[in-house]
Write a protein that binds this ligand. Sequence first.
Ligand SMILES: Nc1ncnc2c1ncn2[C@@H]1O[C@H](COP(=O)(O)OP(=O)(O)OP(=O)(O)O)[C@@H](O)[C@H]1O
Length: 329
Amino acid sequence: MTVLLEVTNLRTEFTARAGLVRAVDGVSLQISRGECLGVVGESGSGKSVTFSSIMGLVRPPGHVTQGTIFFDGRDLRGMSAEEMRGVRGRDIAMTMQDALTALNPALTVGEQLAEVLIAHDETLPKGRAARRAAIRDRCVEMLGLVGIPSPDSRLRQYPHEFSGGMRQRIMIAIALACRPKLLIADEPTTALDVTIQAQVLELISDIRGQMGMAVALITHDLGVVAEHCDRVMVMYAGQVVEEGPTDDVISHPRHPYTRGLLASIPRPALRGQPLTPIKGQVPNLMGLAPQCRFHSRCPLAQPDCLVEVPMLSAGPGRRARCLRLEETS
Ligand SMILES: Nc1ncnc2c1ncn2[C@@H]1O[C@H](COP(=O)(O)OP(=O)(O)OP(=O)(O)O)[C@@H](O)[C@H]1O
């Protein structure tokens, strides 16, 4: 599979009154064409900021201060704001955690879909009437694709006239309108109940199959990753701590943090056994010392862990940021 997105050594910092917050610190990742990468980690681990940085959507006081981002062979960090606007929507689309705030309450769903098509779809006919008809057809097609019943009439409705699950689907329809090569889905199901969650995820997987699109699925839920992702990347305190093929990482986690995450979720095979939450808290990202960030919570920690730990090979296609890998092999 050819590489679609390649990020190397990305760093994103926020200048806060109390000091510098390094929200993303040395993140490297790759996504191949058509692949689904799961991105997991506790709240505040830097998942959203990593992908907002890739999209060029970090706003002051935040700045990308280091690293390279190549998409489809093009250098995104070297692009102008205008060029990046072209990439967003057409090549890479991102759905946000909260559909209600991401959608424009003052425009109908049809108007919002049409806006994206007008901005990015170069295949639309030039003549006015033909163009209008083509835009309308595409809007109906996209709402139909995400499973909105009677898409024709619902195009004229506003976001508040839809349920939470429907709004998520509409946001996905808008993201998919220009057939992006990569969809970044940030917690697409957080606000939804369990059945709707499953439907939205199935929908993303189906469309991925139909369009050959790559997906980065940001989630707290390792169950979701197990079901939908080819590979998984685990983040902790602004860094990637483990990555590899999903089945391998979930069946045999190598980083103590990934092991902790897996021990803290209910699994049918372990019914009746108590869950073990990870003790302690994610460290403050301000002024972190150059040492293993999981050290204070780690059951395997030794004094020699108080050094900056690089990503180390942890088996075929796998890497983990830990000096105790021999104890988890
Ligand atoms: N606008 C901001 N100003 C200052 N710091 C910020 C800002 N946005 C994010 N951060 C910092 O970046 C860290 C990482 O945030 P991010 O939203 O990427 O985490 P996350 O892993 O996506 O969490 P969640 O799962 O809750 O969305 C936060 O803990 C916070 O310290």
